[in-house]
Design a protein around this ligand. Sequence first.
Ligand code: UDP
Length: 323
Amino acid sequence: MNILITGGAGYIGSHVVKLLGQTTQHNIIVLDNLSTGFQHAILYGKLVICDLSIIKEVEKIFQHNNFDIIIHFAASIDVSESLSNPLKYYENNTLNSINLIKMALKYKVKKFIFSSTAAVYGNSKKMFVNENDDTQPLNPYGWSKLMTERILMDMVGDTQDFEYIILRYFNVAGASADGKLGSYNKNATHLINMATKVVVGELEEMFVFGNTYNTKDGTCIRDYIHIDDLASAHLKAVEYSGSGIFNCGYGQGYSVKEVIETMKKVSGKDFKINIVGKRIGDIEAIVADNKKILTKMQWHPQYNDLDFICKSSLDWYKKQCAM
Ligand code: UDP
């Protein structure tokens, strides 16, 4: 099959490109503007450098390739930036997706796999969320993704030969188990990235955003999924027949303090923690109910192990620092 992967030079996209390249014969074309991605992260397939907003250029790619599937990663992903510059998010994430969906329909692409996020759930009343639960995003980033979800769902009708798969990612972290790939984004501010930077000495201390939440130790709870398992969920989505929304997480929650303790344990390094105020817009506790992806897609995650997630992140970062 011919597969178009937008944003294939980014953290998640590049791991999916690698897995598809290693385990399938599919023909991969990566479309990326390299604004946050890296050409050297694309280990398989062909790269076309192009911005999704330049519709004429995008159309040329469709004219020259007979795509069977689109996997759409390209997006802006910084939650706080989305609050200060919402239009950027509605343009990059929603408008560009509409144009890509239009192209998919015009060129009869039968399947569209979309990178969505647990951020669409917002402040859910319960910790374990399933795909039918209410969605009420807390920021333009989440809304820009949820709007695209809705649009995709509206495209499926009697007349269209078109399927969508929406993957709602929980907290993606770590680097590939074979040591070949990880995140090249040194500016990432996610919890495991920050803890990694403290261990390698790039930061002197780290901050915990709030310890008065109604959780086991007062800090927020998240479901951390290893990048290779998220990549394998995409492989399952490529093979799956039918449309649907699927949570991508392990169904297991860890607190911020537990993650930090794990990082200290696997690194053998103690480091300074400062408890500061709550971060605006943080969800108290959110964990994937992942029954649907486990049963319907027969997804078999292999790295549900916080030690390994933290260790792989650390090893990768050290390797980057040494280069
Ligand atoms: N967090 C923290 N200190 C940091 C980074 C994150 O305490 O330096 C907390 C954050 O408040 C949240 C959790 O760690 O409760 C996960 O945050 P992250 O940014 O990794 O992912 P999010 O769930 O916000 O997408």
